[in-house]
Structures are given as C-alpha cells and as structure tokens.
Design a protein around this ligand. Structure first.
Ligand code: AMP
Ligand code: FE
Ligand code: FE
Ligand code: ZN
Length: 277
C-alpha cells in the first residue's frame, strides 16, 4: 500500500521544519506523496517540489485558508491548484497583510499589559509570523513557561492580548481555489463541532457553493467521527482527503503521516483528487 499526508505546516507558516526537510522526513517515513499546506501562503511549495523530485516523492500544491461562513470559523484546504494564479496570490496577500496588522495589535496589547516586547524581537522567519511565534517570544522573555501558558494567558480567543484575524468568506475561498484549477476541502471538520451537530448542514451548504471534499483522516478523529464523516461525505458525493496537521513540536501530538494517532492515509484519495482537479 502507498500512503500520503496532505496536511503539513512548514517554517513558511507556523511549523518549525523547512519544506525540504519535511520532504526528507516524509520520504524516510515511507510516504508516497505529500502536500505542504501552510496557513494563507504557498511560499514553501517550490522548495518542497524541487526536493521531492530529487528524492522521488510526489509533492502537490496545497494551502490552508482561514474562512468564515455565516459567522462559523473554519479552515479550508486547497489542493492541486496552479500556484502562480494571479488572483489566488492577490487574495493570499490580503490575508498576509491582515495577519501582520493583527500581530501589531497583539503586540500593542502586550505592551499595554506592561510587557517589554516588540514584533522585531521575533527571530527572522522565511514566512509569516503567527501566534506560535509570539508564544515562543513570550517563553524566551520568561513571561510564560510554555506554549500552553502563552495561549491560555495571552493568545487564545478571549485571553488578555487576543485579537481576531480577518477571515475570508468561505464562498470566496472556495471560488479562488477553484478558479486556480484546484479543489477545496473542509479541514478537520470535527475541530469546532465535536458532537457533529452542525456539520451535516455546513457540509451541504458548502457543497452548494463549490466544496469538493472533506478531510476524513485526521489525528483527532475518533473511529465514530470517521464513520460519521465518511457517511456524510458519501451522501453528498464529496471527495475525501487526509493529513496529520504536522507542525513539528509546535503540536507534538501530530506525527507526520498520521501515525500513531490516526490511521495511515491511502494514496487512492490523492488519485481521486488528481482525477477531478
Ligand atoms: P494564528 O494562525 O496566528 O491564529 O495561530 C494559530 C496557530 O496557533 C494554530 O495553527 C496552532 O498551530 C497554534 N495554536 C493554537 N492554539 C494553541 C495552543 N493552545 N497551544 C499551542 N499552539 C496553539
Ligand atoms: Fe497551525
Ligand atoms: Fe487548521
Ligand atoms: Zn493546519
């Protein structure tokens, strides 16, 4: 059997491993194909593809975009699109600018709380700064002991320095991925709806506006969640994707390839994506 991992973060967003090294790890783990799905950016893909060719592992284009549908926040994964699509890159730039403005606000809040921290104190990164970078700075400055404390005290929704990030409308995200020749998938559908109360309606709504599939294989999906999602996807004639949401040790429980928390992810999913995308 051939296995894949279609949800991986690199140093271009909030992962801590560069794209080329991720490809190497995936190759060592015996995976046949991967997608780097950084938040709101495709900047790490070329490096991954070049290295994939050297090692003989397939790398497809990927991205994870923050979206909103009638007030419900979600992440939408895009696959197998043309990354040089002008409109796609223009929209991603808007998200990146908004993220920077949000970071400035978080730092203003931290200063307002009396902490001597500046956005320029964050070590240079090839990609975008996100809350995990700010959390690590708070650890370095000994303001908190660890990531959990950084999020609990300052960075999570409702915490002292929290600021909301601009989200694109789900419909816009779905069409921009489609227009770039790719397929949009709902990421980790159970993350915001553990009881799966709203997911059936949400999936039907999103399907109406062009959603191609849902992320079925995900480390936190229990066998019951998996079964429910599989049934919902089949009823709506949606495709399935799967990935580990690997971030390096920013999220230590998520292992590349989905093991050992999740099931290995069969290559057939990617074959179906490539057939339609
Ligand atoms: P941002 O994109 O800047 O809003 O940051 C979101 C990222 O922060 C997520 O993708 C996770 O990687 C990370 N994150 C969120 N909550 C926590 C937490 N409690 N502990 C560690 N990392 C977290
Ligand atoms: Fe993340
Ligand atoms: Fe996500
Ligand atoms: Zn992710």
């Amino acid at each position: 059997m051939n296995y894949i991992d279609l949800h991986i973060h690199s140093t271009y967003s909030d992962g801590i491993i560069p794209p080329a090294n991720l490809v190497e790890l995936a190759h060592k783990a015996g995976l046949s194909a991967i997608a780097i799905t950084d938040h709101d950016t495709t900047a790490g893909i070329n490096e991954a593809m070049a290295h994939g060719q050297t090692l003989g592992i397939e790398v497809i284009t990927g991205v994870e975009v923050s979206a909103d549908h009638n007030g419900v926040p979600m992440h939408i994964l895009g696959y197998n699109f043309r990354q040089d699509d002008h409109l796609l890159q223009q929209r991603l730039q808007v998200l990146q600018d908004a993220r920077h403005q949000r970071n400035l606000k978080i730092f203003a809040n931290l200063k307002g709380l009396g902490f001597d921290v500046d956005i320029n104190d964050i070590p240079p990164t090839p990609g975008q700064v996100g809350r995990p970078h700010i959390a690590r700075l708070l650890i370095t400055k000994k303001i908190v002991k660890n990531m959990d404390q950084a999020f609990a005290r300052f960075l999570r929704r409702g915490a002292a320095a929290y600021e909301q990030c601009y989200r694109m409308d789900a419909k816009e995200v779905i069409s921009m991925i489609r227009e770039a020749g790719g397929l949009p998938f709902l990421a980790h559908p159970a993350a915001n709806d553990r009881q799966m109360k709203n997911t059936p309606q949400l999936l039907a709504d999103l399907k109406d506006i062009g959603l191609a599939g849902l992320e079925l294989y995900y480390p936190t999906h229990t066998p019951k969640t998996f079964k429910t999602l599989k049934r919902l996807g089949e009823e709506l004639d949606l495709l399935f994707s799967g990935g580990s949401d690997f971030h390096g040790d920013n999220k230590p429980a998520n292992k590349l390839g989905g093991r050992p928390n999740g099931q290995p992810i069969p290559y057939e999913l990617l074959a179906a994506i490539k057939q339609q995308g």
